[in-house]
Design a protein around this ligand. Structure first.
Ligand code: SF4
Ligand code: SF4
Length: 247
């Protein structure tokens, strides 16, 4: 017991000071894209043709971050001349069309629903539904419960029962086999309730987009908060939750 206490004292307080203090992510992290809209049209066309997610619109020169899996191919092909991914992890948006990115993002806090802030700003309980995801979105969400992020210090918790939840947090592309389970979970949550879509799969089907085996989430439920990434970094998820509900 004494040894345990000594170890604990030696380790000290390990929880991140974020959001009071900024966090620098590793240089290889790909976050908010910076787009040169005056780039050579031929290069833009090449990037659009190569994108595995058909996420680049060569005419409007926007990336659909709901589809993008942040593979970095467009940055590599254009040598950063058309698209360069920054280390800015603040990617959450309140409306699907805000993910059609030209490099600028609307302020999430300004677009969040005021009644959700009043109701859930100090206490938010979420039920996670892993709807056919590869487990990376789920893993990066689980990480928020570790001492480093300590999600519960913000009054946000993941709960086991939808009856105890204020909303559903969906990851994965929603295969047909998960449709009923997802809808049953949503129905079991008392109103008012919030719907959060996390990761490219939940936002657009991700790598499974177009498959007959999936049912797009937006055809089942009205999503309130969209968190892009494949998977989204835990800080992207945390930042989106804080700005949407407490910003
Ligand atoms: S990073 Fe996104 S936009 Fe670029 S090629 Fe990959 S999926 Fe397409
Ligand atoms: S968005 Fe990417 S990381 Fe998340 S479940 Fe889909 S494939 Fe996996």
């Amino acid at each position: 017991m004494l040894k345990l206490l000594q170890t604990r004292l030696r380790q000290g307080y390990r929880t991140s000071a974020y959001p009071k203090k900024p966090i620098q992510l590793h240089p290889s992290y790909r976050g908010r894209p910076e787009i040169d809209r005056d780039c050579d049209p031929e290069l833009v066309q090449r990037c659009a043709a190569a994108c595995p997610q058909e996420a680049i619109d060569a005419v409007t020169r926007r990336i659909d971050l709901g589809r993008c899996v942040f593979c970095g191919l467009c940055q590599q092909l254009s040598e950063g001349k058309f698209i360069r991914f920054s280390r800015d992890f603040r990617l959450g948006v309140a409306e699907r069309q805000h993910l059609l990115c030209d490099g600028e993002f609307p302020d999430l806090a300004a677009h969040s629903k005021q009644h959700f802030k009043r109701l859930f700003g100090r206490s938010l309980q979420l039920r996670e539904v892993s709807a056919g995801g590869c487990n990376a979105c789920e893993a990066d969400t689980n990480v928020l419960n570790t001492p480093f992020f300590d999600l519960s210090r913000f009054g946000i918790q993941f709960v086991a029962s939808p009856r105890h939840a204020d909303g559903v947090f969906v990851t994965g592309p929603v295969p047909r086999n998960m449709k009923t389970a997802l809808l049953d979970t949503y129905q079991a949550i008392p109103t008012p309730k919030v719907v959060i879509a996390c990761g490219s799969c939940a936002l657009s089907g991700g790598p499974f987009r177009g498959s007959d085996e999936i049912v797009p989430l937006e055809t089942l439920l009205a999503v309130d908060l969209f968190i892009p990434g494949c998977p989204p970094h835990p800080l992207t998820i945390l930042d989106a939750l804080l700005r949407y509900f407490q910003g």
